[in-house]
Structure formats: structure tokens, C-alpha cells
Ligand binder design. Structure first.
Ligand SMILES: [Zn+2]
Ligand SMILES: [Zn+2]
Length: 642
């Protein structure tokens, strides 16, 4: 038998006999590791340890110490839920039950469940964990599998779609329960240290609103009770910070049924923040040599046919018929920018050409998927497109990464970075892919950034670097990407004249610093819990006169001394205590408190939202302090130096 070679996470190669499984490879590395192996990640996909390896596979061994272990554990918890459900409600039909970032869910039907039922199911789940049933993989003949699901059209559909070519079919069995499943799973139900069912909602089969509505039960699981406890506390905190709740309380934005779903309306407070974000991005772009451009919201669909979006994207586009011609709201800004580039002739000396636009785009997501600012129909991308020579890729990517990391730093967000490489189906020559991936890798290696490889996860038209935002609660959100594109320059027949006087095709780079304003705004609201940095805060300072006698002094401070900032005056005849509480709830970074003494000495008292206070502050000193804080865009307001 001949050997195959698999690639381990450190880049080293391991030779194993053909037909070896993940577990065999682990034993090859060491018997201890072999014994501890729970599952494997092969080419980015979490798989059962019995999965056979192919030559050239990227292999990560998963033990109970790996990050992926939690996914495996949660998937097993989903099975325990399904088993408990079937013990208590044998009529229930199971559909799918995957793990998620937060836990797991199972979509079921033919059963009516409420929160009280969940308690009973949880008790039954506890028994199943207590029973410590071994979880075993079982290979079942296709015929037999279909027969098992005679009454379950959903599982049959899976057998006929995702599992169409498989025979035998992979099942997992624990006690009397079995489920059509690719795995992987932990060894036994007793390994599930702690779990909880969280919620019931509804979902469409396959996420398609044309299909049957199912009942979705959410739960989570952890290896230990204390991990579960921490998670539930974090959930509570997240609920408090929910951007939809804060968006309303702080009057940032609203989404109105009459004006349409997924179409956010920004109120003055929200718009002030968006404007600051836009100014900041614009400055970064101008400093990096970008030129601003602007394109309309609407194009003839000819453009989308040319760019290829029409083919792949038409179901997500809003189309309009104008004088018997078809138009579409733009789902992306790139074709507009490519067209602008194409209107001029370029020499190799002109490149790179860099365009940017805060471009509003429209994508028709399923209504059931829409949620606050995180999933919307209309959103604005801080979009940049570069047209570069192949030899310029490295420098340009370097510059873009610097800018993106500056954004992370400014907002005190942690970055999680991944390089997504060539997928199976792709356009462009081997040579250009090789060159592009090598350059992206070199940039990431030089920058010292910790990054992962998402093998085969690149776009069909080029490799990309994905940045995720990690917020104050440790949650991860999709962030900006830097994407190389060999396809669009081809479709638009873009060219420049090279040093050799021949026509050459530029490489296009798509990049954003924030991603979309909507998503980024959502992240910021929750990350800061509405306590925006001073430079972003819609109301930066509120002046609280102790009595109406100081109203005139307060107005003078507002208009003259601090006229350059966003300053409010609290003119309601409340007690000072109530005025402070109100400003605190509105998360205003600074309060200026003025009474008879302050007016007399022409000074101020200052209080911040962390309840730090100072009296007898000179007006000019405080103004200078605010100017610095704004200028430096400090993420955390810091108090006056003592
Ligand atoms: Zn499963
Ligand atoms: Zn683009």
C-alpha cells in the first residue's frame, strides 16, 4: 500500500498509509494523542475521527483541549435534546440539529412546545446525561435508512439531497435513540458537563419562507457548570446592551413597518455618530491616496449582467421596470467603480488607482432573517476599490491592513484575522493565484499578526483576508475584508499600458475599513454599551444648572465657551440628583455642573459618566482637555489630570 501525505497545522507533513483515518494519523503522531482524539478538522471541516484522509489534506486533530471540542460537545447535546424530546413526545418529527457559536438548536415539527415543556425536557436530558450512554457511529444501508424515515419527509429529503451519493449512510446511536448524522460526537452522553435549553422560536425548513414552519429549540452546553454560568451571565449583559434596545433608548435609529422592513431610519443622534465615522474613514482614505467617487443607487441590469452579479445574485436584487427596460438597485458598488476606471486610459505609471465611496447597497434578504442593524435590506459599505499591477499587490495590501488595524485600535476592538485561499472552483491562472496567495501570506507574516488559514474559503475570483471584530463581551462579528479579484477586470476588459507598451490587465482589490456602517454601528453600540467615546458621542457635554438662576450662565457656556462641541443644557426644573441621573442614563460623557459659586467665580464643576468629579475647574482648561480628547479619538473618556 502506498503512503499519502497530510499537512499539520504547523505546516509540517506527515506520511500515513493510504486509507488512514484521522484517528490513525493521530496515533501515528503519538499514542497519547491517538487515545485523546475526539474528532478532526480536515480542510476546514469538522469531521468524525473515523473519516478517511486524502493525499494533501490539511489536518487538525481535535481533543477535549481544542476550541472545536465545544462544537462537538454541543452537537452531542443537540442529540440528547432530541432523544429526550422523543421520550416525552414520540410523535415529534426531527429535522436538523446543528451546533452554533452560542450552543445548538434543533428544528422539530408535529409537536407543540412551550417554555414549561422545556423544563420537562431538560429533566429528561439530565437523566440521559446521567445514564452515560455511549454515542456510537453506525453505518446503515441506504434502503434501510430510507425505511427508517418512512414518516419523516425532512430526513428523507436530506437523504436525497445532501446525502444523495452516500451508501452506506452515517447514523449516530445512543441508547434507544438514533439520528441521521455525519458527526462528530463525544464518546458518551456523560461527557456533557452542563447544558440548558434557552428559547423556542420558529424557523422555516431550509430557511426558505415558502417552506413549512418548524419549531426551533435553542440550547447551549459546556464542559463545566462554571463555563455555563459565565455564559449565561454574558447573555444577560448582552441583552442589556442589545443594539435594538439601546437604539431606541438613546434615539439612534428605528425600523418602521410602514417604511419597510430592513430599512433603518437614522435619527439625529445616530446620524451624528455615522457622520463622525464617515469623516474618520474619509480622512484615512484621503491620507492613503484614495480618490472619492460617487455612483447612483440604480443601474441598468446590463451592468449586472456584465459583472456577473445578475447570474448569481438576481434573487437578492431589487429589480425595477422603467420604460420596458430592467433596472436594479445596486447590491454592490464594484461594477460602478470598474466602469469609472474603464472610461480612461491608464499607463503603468498611473497605477495604483484607488477609489472610495460610502455606497448604499440593497440586498433582498429573507424577511425572517432581518434583525436590527445586523441584517438589513439597505446598508452602506465604506467601499474602496483599487486597480493595481500584480507587482503592487503586496504594498497595497500592507497599507490597507495598516488602516484596518488602526480602526480596530481606535475603537478598542480586538481583531481576528484569517486568510482564505483558493477554492475548488475558481477563475484566474495558477500562476496569478500562486503569486497573490504568496503575497498575502508574506504581508501577514511580516505584520506579525496572528492569523488562521481558511483553506479553500476564498472567493472564486480571488483570495481574501477576513477580519472579525471581537467586542468587549468576547463576541465575534464579521468585519472588514480585503479581497483580490482577477475576474471583474476580465469581465470589464480593464487594461493599462505596460512598460513594454503592451496592454495588461490590472488586479482589482476590494476593501472596506468598517465593512458596512450598519454592522459596524451595531458592534459599536453593543461593544461600548452605548457609552460612545467622546469624539463620537451625539451629545458630548450636558450642562446642569443647579437652579434656574444659572440658566443664563449655562447658555453662555453652551454657545460661547463650548460652542465647538455638541453640548446640551438641562433646563427642566428638576433636582440636581435627577438631572445627573438622566444624563447618566443618556450616557453623556461629561456633565458641567454650575451653581451660584461657579457663576460668581466664572468656573465650572465637572463630572463624568464614571462618576468622577472635580470642582473649581477653569473653563479654558476643560475646553483644552476636550479638544485633546476629541483630537486623539480616545476610546475611553479619561478624566482631567489631577
Ligand atoms: Zn447530528
Ligand atoms: Zn467590491
Amino acid at each position: 500500500m502506498s503512503d499519502i501525505v497530510v499537512i499539520l497545522p504547523d505546516g509540517s507533513e506527515l506520511s500515513v498509509p493510504e486509507g488512514s483515518s484521522v484517528a490513525d494519523a493521530a496515533y501515528e503522531i503519538g499514542p497519547g494523542l491517538g487515545k485523546d482524539t475526539v474528532a478532526g478538522v480536515v480542510d476546514g471541516e469538522l469531521v468524525d475521527k473515523a473519516t478517511a484522509l486524502h493525499d494533501g489534506a490539511n489536518l487538525v486533530i481535535v481533543t477535549d483541549q481544542s476550541d472545536e471540542y465545544l462544537d462537538v460537545l454541543r452537537h452531542s447535546a443537540a442529540h440528547v435534546f432530541a432523544q429526550a424530546l422523543q421520550r416525552l413526545h414520540p410523535e415529534a418529527k426531527l429535522t436538523i440539529g446543528p451546533w452554533t457559536d452560542q450552543g445548538f438548536y434543533y428544528d422539530v415539527t408535529n409537536v407543540d412546545l412551550d417554555m414549561d415543556d422545556l423544563e420537562d425536557i431538560e429533566a429528561e436530558m439530565a437523566d440521559i446525561v446521567e445514564e452515560d450512554l455511549p454515542i456510537e457511529r453506525e453505518l446503515v444501508d441506504r434502503e434501510e435508512a430510507l425505511a427508517k424515515y418512512e414518516d419523516n419527509e425532512f430526513k428523507r429529503e436530506i437523504l436525497e439531497t445532501e446525502a444523495a451519493g452516500d451508501d452506506p449512510i452515517s447514523f449516530y446511536k445512543q441508547g434507544e435513540f438514533e439520528d441521521l448524522c455525519k458527526g462528530p460526537h463525544v464518546e458518551s452522553t456523560g461527557e456533557i458537563g452542563a447544558f440548558e435549553l434557552l428559547n423556542i422560536s420558529s424557523a422555516y425548513w431550509r430557511g426558505d419562507e415558502e417552506n413549512e414552519t418548524l419549531t426551533r429549540v435553542y440550547g447551549t452546553a459546556f464542559a463545566s457548570e462554571s463555563d455555563l454560568h459565565d455564559f449565561l451571565e454574558m447573555q444577560e449583559e448582552a441583552k442589556e446592551r442589545d443594539h435594538r434596545k439601546l437604539g431606541q433608548e438613546l434615539e439612534l435609529f428605528s425600523i418602521d413597518e410602514t417604511t419597510g422592513p430592513g430599512l433603518p431610519l437614522y435619527h439625529p443622534n445616530g446620524k451624528r455618530i455615522l457622520d463622525e465615522l464617515a469623516d474618520y474613514a474619509k480622512q484615512l482614505n484621503l491620507d492613503a491616496g484614495y480618490d472619492p467617487v460617487e455612483t447612483p443607487h440604480l443601474f441598468r441590469t446590463e451592468l449586472w449582467k456584465k459583472s456577473g452579479h445578475y447570474e448569481n445574485y438576481v434573487d437578492d436584487m431589487f429589480l425595477l421596470d422603467v420604460n420596458d427596460e430592467e433596472y436594479g438597485l445596486k447590491p454592490m458598488n464594484c461594477p460602478g467603480h470598474a466602469t469609472i476606471f474603464d472610461q480612461q486610459s491608464w499607463s503603468y505609471r498611473d497605477l495604483p488607482v484607488r477609489y472610495f465611496e460610502d455606497g448604499k447597497v440593497y440586498r433582498k434578504e429573507q424577511r425572517g432573517e432581518l434583525s436590527g442593524l445586523s441584517r438589513v435590506w439597505s446598508f452602506t459599505i465604506d467601499d474602496g476599490h483599487l486597480f493595481v499591477r500584480p507587482d503592487q499587490i503586496e504594498d497595497e495590501i500592507n497599507l490597507i491592513i495598516d488602516n484596518i488595524l488602526e480602526v480596530f485600535d481606535t475603537f478598542d476592538l480586538e481583531a481576528e484575522v484569517a486568510l482564505a485561499t483558493r477554492p475548488e472552483k475558481s477563475v484566474g491562472s495558477d500562476e496569478i493565484w500562486e503569486q497573490a496567495e504568496t503575497q498575502l501570506k508574506a504581508v501577514l507574516d511580516d505584520s506579525g499578526i496572528d492569523y488562521g488559514i481558511e483553506a479553500g474559503d476564498g472567493a472564486f475570483y480571488g483570495p481574501k483576508i477576513d477580519f472579525a471584530f471581537k467586542d468587549a463581551l468576547g463576541r465575534k462579528w464579521d468585519g472588514p475584508t480585503v479581497q483580490l479579484d482577477f475576474n471583474m477586470p476580465d469581465r470589464f476588459d480593464l487594461s493599462y499600458t505596460g512598460e513594454d507598451n503592451e496592454e495588461h490587465q490590472p488586479v482589482m482589490i476590494h476593501r472596506a475599513l468598517y465593512g458596512s456602517y450598519e454592522r459596524f454601528f451595531m458592534v459599536l453600540i453593543e461593544h461600548f454599551n452605548g457609552k460612545f467615546p467622546f469624539w463620537l458621542a451625539p451629545e458630548q457635554v450636558r450642562i446642569l444648572p443647579i437652579s434656574d438662576d444659572q440658566l443664563g450662565y449655562a447658555k453662555r457656556l453652551q454657545n460661547r465657551d463650548f460652542g465647538d462641541f455638541r453640548v446640551g443644557v438641562e433646563d427642566r426644573s428638576w433636582t440636581l440628583g435627577r438631572k445627573i441621573r438622566e444624563a447618566q442614563e443618556d450616557r453623556v460623557p461629561y456633565m458641567i455642573i454650575v451653581g451660584g459659586d461657579e457663576q460668581e467665580t466664572q468656573t465650572i464643576s465637572v463630572r463624568d459618566r464614571k462618576e468622577r468629579e472635580r470642582k473649581d475647574v477653569e473653563i479654558d482648561d476643560f475646553r483644552a482637555h476636550l479638544e485633546d480628547e476629541r483630537e486623539e479619538k480616545r476610546a475611553e473618556p479619561d478624566f482631567l489630570d489631577e
